[in-house]
Design a protein around this ligand. Sequence first.
Ligand code: C2E
Ligand code: MG
Ligand code: MG
Ligand code: MG
Length: 294
Amino acid sequence: SAKRHGRNVSRRFRPALDVQDSPQMALVYSLRDALANGEQLELHYQTQHRVMDGAVVGMEALLRWRHPEHGMVSPGDFIPLAERHGLMGPLGNWVIDEALAQMARWREMGLPQLPVWINISAIQMFQGELEAALASGLARHGIEPAQLGLELTESVLLDERAGDIVPRLEALRAKGHRIAIDDFGMGYSSLSYLKNLPLDKLKLDRAFIHSLPDDPADAAIVSAVLAMARGLALDVVAEGVETRGQLDFLQRAGCRLVQGYLYSRPGPAEVIEAQWQALKTDSAGLMLRAEPTA
Ligand code: C2E
Ligand code: MG
Ligand code: MG
Ligand code: MG
């Protein structure tokens, strides 16, 4: 049945390119097959933590592709390919459905319901199917929109092909979704859009975190973003926090939320479940806490 399904999919998504034998095109075709049977794709999850006490406040879902020959292919490598070759719509829909299905499995296992954040590609905004895919997935798996956050990069938010984004974001938020700007600070845009866009959260790009606390320029930028976000009533998550020194700086600067290897690496659902079981015993199931590992 995977075969039969695969044939249908290949007809619909066959990329219109003539260079069919390049290694890149081979990857595109095998990604198309992976999408058709779903077996090589998985979501990994990385926890987000409150700085004050380490409490887990949510998770980001990150796409993984286990290629039969190449092993784990990084999303940084295959997502741009998927975007260029007409596969990002179906891939994005797969991510939405899989994240919601996993949340439903966790609910059935009696695990705490933490918000999951998914990454949204520009293609999903342009094609205009995002809202429908979200609505049908939420209904199918019985998940509240408030439990599913959407991460969009500045370039997605400001691309005019996405149409007038303000009413779309307002409608998504009215349903209960929360919206974050991903990789904040790495776009090439002015800050004025922060006034107009309905947003909940900024994710401060890890490029600014990496050289903390020693680099005075990064320290100044991070402090300024935190002050600005406070004024705009936006949460800030610092991405890519790897060291105790970075965490201490961020705490002193008033950053409340962090994500990074210091607390946890992204892992498959089973690893997250094992972490939870361990944390649950420690905390009587009331609050999921973790200690930084460095
Ligand atoms: P992102 O959304 O900014 O995700 C954060 C990336 O930083 C992830 O890389 C994560 O593994 C990595 N990371 C987390 N903590 C640390 C740390 O302490 N140090 C370092 N060096 N890295 C850390 P990953 O999983 O390789 O994903 C790369 C990018 O691919 C993501 O960046 C996102 O833009 C994109 N992506 C991943 N999954 C999806 C998806 O389902 N849909 C879409 N459209 N894009 C996705
Ligand atoms: Mg799978
Ligand atoms: Mg992200
Ligand atoms: Mg990011």
